[in-house]
Design a protein around this ligand. Structure first.
Ligand code: SAH
Ligand code: SF4
Length: 370
């Protein structure tokens, strides 16, 4: 597994408990050693063998020589006036990803990245504009939660992170294996112990992977819908050309049934004059009414160089009213952390593009700090 330090050793961070237990079994150790280690890592955020006093010195020395506990390195932190915090993380080879903590009444949401960049090419998204470099490993995903836990400290003896959402950089279902392994650790009682409803995977609509997710996990699912017609969605969310709305929604209802989920969240960015007319809201109604669906209206966060603008509040309210009147639970998301470019879709760490984005586009997205 490659890490920020470039270490080729097996990295024990992010290993699901069954794999960690198997590793300890190979060493001739009892399975509870794996649980002890997980407590140090995920409850206390400790990655220094020397501090793990309930593991014998001999075992610790053996482990320190054979495996690593590697996580990304924080190279920048910005605090918004509204309490939102954004970190830029060094994931090696001069590349960065970003994660964001959003405190709200009674909860704290950590928005994590799953890839360095994204290949899905949604035209309104800063990450999409950058192109794709590589998938993050489970250690780098779990490492984000571990780092944020340490950075934020405890509140009344508890982690301030109550929810984790895969809404940072990247398309999580395009990195299926590592994301689901990370979800395993996030929801494990000996990992971060989050309930499955508090871990949300947001996808632009990779249908086969949604089907597969239902067979290995039951975390909450959010879909970036953004349009009620295929013609418009083909443009806004290009993966729609491969998996159109009808196919996507069928997969959603199957997922909800298979995982016994109360609802799927549908994210809908309000783009001024593009997808925000009353007729757009009316077209959504037959798709979602009577289904286990909740709509999240997202004010567009400006990304330099894109042709889109933010829908005025009055039109967002009118759009919401159409859906609410049809009995579809709809909330308008409050933009957070705009002053530090930490809002949805504004995340863009440094990366060395592997997938080509036209030069004219490349120059306009710049959170590059190199
Ligand atoms: N790739 C996944 C998850 C990361 S994007 C996905 O697309 O679902 C997380 C959310 O931010 C998505 O709903 C995405 O559509 C939204 N988003 C992207 N760019 C945005 C922008 N400029 N303003 C507001 N939301 C944006
Ligand atoms: Fe990728 Fe999501 Fe951005 Fe689309 S919105 S480019 S899927 S990160």
């Amino acid at each position: 597994m490659s890490t920020a330090s470039g270490s080729p050793q097996l990295n024990l961070i992010g290993l699901p408990r069954t794999e960690l237990e198997a590793y300890f079994a190979e060493l001739g150790e009892k399975p509870f050693r794996a649980r002890q280690l997980m407590r140090w890592l995920y409850e206390r955020g400790e990655v220094d063998w020397a501090a793990m006093s309930d593991l014998s010195l001999t075992l610790r020395e053996q482990l320190a020589g054979a495996v690593s506990l590697s996580i990304p390195v924080i190279d920048n932190r910005q605090d918004s006036v509204d309490g939102t915090v954004k970190w830029s993380l060094d994931v090696g080879k001069g590349q960065n990803v970003e994660m964001v903590f959003i405190p709200e009444d009674g909860r704290g949401t950590l928005c994590v990245s799953s890839q360095v960049g994204c290949a899905m090419d949604c035209p309104f998204c800063a990450t999409g504009r950058q192109g794709f470099n590589r998938n993050l490993g489970a250690a780098e995903i779990v490492g984000q939660v571990l780092l944020a836990t340490r950075e934020l400290g405890m509140a009344e003896g508890r982690s301030r992170i109550t929810n984790v959402v895969f809404m940072g950089m990247g398309e999580p279902l395009a990195n299926f294996r590592e994301v689901t392994r990370a979800c395993d650790v996030l929801t494990d009682d000996f990992g971060f112990g989050l309930s499955r409803r508090r871990v949300t995977v947001s996808t632009s609509g990779l249908v086969p992977q949604i089907d597969k997710l239902a067979t290995v996990s039951n975390v909450a699912l959010a879909i970036s819908l953004h349009a009620a017609h295929d013609e418009l969605r083909d443009e806004l969310v290009p993966i729609n050309r491969k998996h159109p709305i009808s196919e996507l929604l069928a997969a959603c209802w199957d997922y909800a049934a298979a995982t016994n989920s109360k609802q799927i969240t549908f994210e809908y960015i309000m783009l001024d004059g593009v997808n925000d007319a009353r007729t757009d809201a009316e077209a959504l109604v037959p798709l979602l009414r009577g289904r286990p669906a909740k709509v999240n209206l997202i004010p567009f966060n400006p990304v330099a160089g894109t042709p889109y603008g933010r829908t005025p509040r009055s039109r967002v309210d009118a759009f919401r009213k159409v859906l609410m009147d049809a009995g579809i639970l709809t909330v308008t998301r409050r933009p957070r952390g705009d002053d530090i470019d930490a809002a949805c879709g504004q995340l863009a760490g440094n990366l060395d593009n592997k997938v080509r984005v036209p030069l004219s586009e490349k120059t306009m997205h710049t959170v590059n700090r190199a």
